[in-house]
Design a protein around this ligand. Structure first.
Ligand code: MG
Length: 444
């Protein structure tokens, strides 16, 4: 196992750079593989004892595995909003979770990652769960930077009789109502492969937000009943198969050295669903919560020849950073007239250290309010929330944890380190003030 600061490769990079040689034949293709409710502990490469994910483990062995990677929010809709806009959704005043009848959708002023990459000449496609609005056409992917779309417009558990029939949408049109969910992972995978083959000689961006492993769990026929972990293991193993298929088509097309693939999850596991939900491993709590289990998720980057094989990335990074990084790699400026919270982490991907990374605070938002902040190893909670409704510290606040030493958030150090508490409190106040002063797209 090599760490990110093992450097011979980068000496070579620097020499090439100094000589004016072009390291890459231009901006890379970009593929984001985005699970729904997959927890930090749900892959064999992240310690799960019975779920088998050989393709993801190989992806990590050939690329970079992050151990401190965060979703932009612990909730499905807000997390997707963060990924595609590079901003904490609270900045826009956006919702936590949208329902089939929700009036809102992604704000027209947002500048999505797909819009940025399209401007850079990329062919763009989304195959999977959208969940950024469906009651108006303007909310759908084709009006937000994607050339092609196939998928469900919201979560796969928003079904009759509580909700109207769910549509499998192609472009802007309904292809089928209440599609059999056991076909979805394979369908999205096949469409992604076809898109990659079609656009393999151009630049392309594929965003593949899987329906799974969000409940209800529907593994494809070839995977049902295989995993000792039950249906949850089956659907994760099918996603692993899907990842293997995507990496294979890149190799078959000979474009793997010019394609960045990033695998992650929208939020932590739905632990109150018992064995139908996933596992956050050694992290506390699950989705909806700002404990680490709600927002820290698997993160694997793969880009042969650029991202060093077997690299282990310990520095914090997030889905917000994917936005800024992908736009930077494509040579695009960040959008004007708004704050972007993500930062370009191509240095981290390319194995350089990034001193600024450890000093930049990362914020954990609940439905509206700022609940916690992380800077370096330190995390301060000023509000806590739990999916289980538990109050682990009997109302004591603030709480301070050293996540490097204590990733499970067991040992409150607020009394021992008042200096750190003061510093992080100031970061929270600064962020609240900045967001309030900037004003949100949606207003209050
Ligand atoms: Mg989710």
């Amino acid at each position: 196992m090599k760490y990110y600061f093992a450097l011979p490769f980068f000496v070579l990079l620097t020499l090439l750079g100094a000589g004016g040689a072009t390291r890459f034949p231009g901006p890379p293709n970009i593929i984001i593989l985005f699970c729904d409710d997959l927890g930090y502990g749900d892959l064999s490469g992240y310690g799960h004892p019975t779920i088998r994910t050989p393709n993801l483990d190989r992806m990590a062995a050939e690329g970079m595995k992050f151990t401190n990677f965060y979703s932009g929010s612990p909730a499905c809709t807000a997390s997707r909003y963060a990924l595609l806009t590079g901003r904490f959704p609270a900045r826009s005043g956006f919702d936590w979770v949208l329902y089939p009848g929700s009036e809102r959708g992604i704000h027209p002023r947002e500048w999505t990652l797909a819009e940025g990459l399209k401007r850079a000449g990329y062919a763009t496609a989304c195959f999977g769960k959208w969940h950024l609005g469906s009651t108006k056409k303007e909310y759908l992917p084709l009006q937000n930077g994607f050339d092609e779309y196939l998928g469900l417009p919201y979560s796969n558990d928003m079904l009759p009789p509580q909700h109207p029939p769910i549509a499998l949408i192609e472009g802007n049109d309904t292809l089928q109502l209440n599609p059999g969910q056991e076909q979805l992972s394979a369908l999205y995978t096949e469409r992604a492969k076809a898109f990659i083959r079609k656009h393999g000689r151009e630049r392309f961006f594929v965003y593949l937000p899987y329906a799974m492993p969000h409940v209800p769990l529907h593994p494809g026929e070839a995977f049902a009943g295989r995993s000792p972990r039950g249906a949850y293991g089956d659907v994760v193993e099918e996603i692993d198969w899907s990842v293997g298929e995507i990496l294979k088509v890149l190799k078959d097309e000979g474009i793997e050295r010019n394609t960045l693939v990033f695998f992650t999850s929208d939020n932590g596991p739905w632990i109150i669903r018992d064995s139908l939900g996933g596992s956050a491993g050694l992290l506390r709590d699950g989705k909806g919560s700002t404990w680490e289990g709600g927002m820290r998720v698997p993160g694997i980057a793969w880009w042969p020849g650029a991202v060093e094989a077997g690299a282990l990335q310990l520095q914090p990074a997030s889905t917000l950073d994917l936005y800024a990084t992908c736009l930077a790699l494509a040579g695009q400026e960040l959008p004007a007239g708004r704050s972007v919270d993500g930062r370009d982490i191509s240095n981290l991907l390319l194995g350089k250290t990034d001193a600024a990374a450890t000093e930049k605070p990362y914020f954990y938002y609940g439905p509206r309010e700022l609940q916690a902040v992380r800077k370096g190893p330190w995390k301060l909670h000023v509000i806590t929330s739990s999916q289980t409704g538990r109050d682990y510290f009997n109302g004591k606040l603030p709480l301070l944890f050293n996540l490097d030493a204590d990733p499970s958030e067991m040992y409150d150090l607020s009394a021992a380190r008042p200096d750190i508490v003061r510093d992080l409190m100031a970061e929270i106040e600064r962020q609240k003030r900045a967001v309030a002063e900037e004003g949100s797209f949606f207003g209050k």
